[in-house]
Design a protein around this ligand. Structure first.
Ligand SMILES: [Zn+2]
Length: 192
């Protein structure tokens, strides 16, 4: 799942919304059609991990990698600080760059239970939106969806991956778990 998966097309995927969100949210980058914000938390986490790896090889300005790095920073802060007032103040300060516009849309575009058109919001990014603004918009959607309650960072020392797992999970993968056990055994053996 690459970083590109983050930008889905306007279409049938509109029907999907994040759990807990009744009014759909879309986003629009200038010069582009509005796109639904309906990617899943695990896709974002995968993209952020990939972005962290690509980030080390960056030779030129790559806005979408910058967005992923900003998202990684928000995830790291969320795990370290929790949702403090300061955390939300900083998030809201980055969100100030985003304007939301409300639209009422045709029913063939957005199915309706009532027989009347529904409303939705589009995050309108100005010209040359900063990676901070895009990341803050993405992160705020994830945070308010509740999906980040399973967010963790891998405890294996040389792996910095984020992952979604149950409360007791420590490693992002079986590989990291066995690496950890090998290291622990070596430490024990050399202490003999
Ligand atoms: Zn790992």
């Amino acid at each position: 799942m690459g970083a590109k998966a983050l930008h889905l097309q306007w279409g049938s995927s509109m029907k999907k919304a994040l759990p807990g969100s009744k009014v759909p949210f879309l986003e629009r980058i200038p010069g582009d059609n509005p796109k639904p914000w309906d990617f899943r938390a695990d896709e974002v986490v995968d993209a952020v991990n990939e972005g962290a790896k690509l980030g080390h090889e960056l030779t030129k300005y790559e806005p979408h990698i910058m967005v992923l790095q900003e998202l990684a920073e928000w995830m790291r802060r969320y795990l370290e600080e929790g949702i403090t007032d300061k955390f939300l103040d900083d998030l809201n300060s980055d969100l100030h760059q985003v304007r939301y516009a409300k639209y009422v849309v045709p029913m063939d575009l957005l199915p309706s239970d009532t027989g009347f058109p529904r409303e939705l919001y589009v995050a309108e990014f100005g010209h040359n939106p900063t990676p901070e603004a895009i990341a803050a918009n993405d992160f705020s959607r994830l945070l308010s969806s509740g999906e980040l309650k399973r967010l963790k960072s891998c405890q294996q020392r040389d792996c910095q991956n984020f992952f979604l797992g149950p409360p007791q999970a420590k490693w992002c993968s079986k590989t990291c778990g066995s690496k950890h056990r090998v290291r622990k055994k070596r430490r024990k053996d050399s202490a003999r």
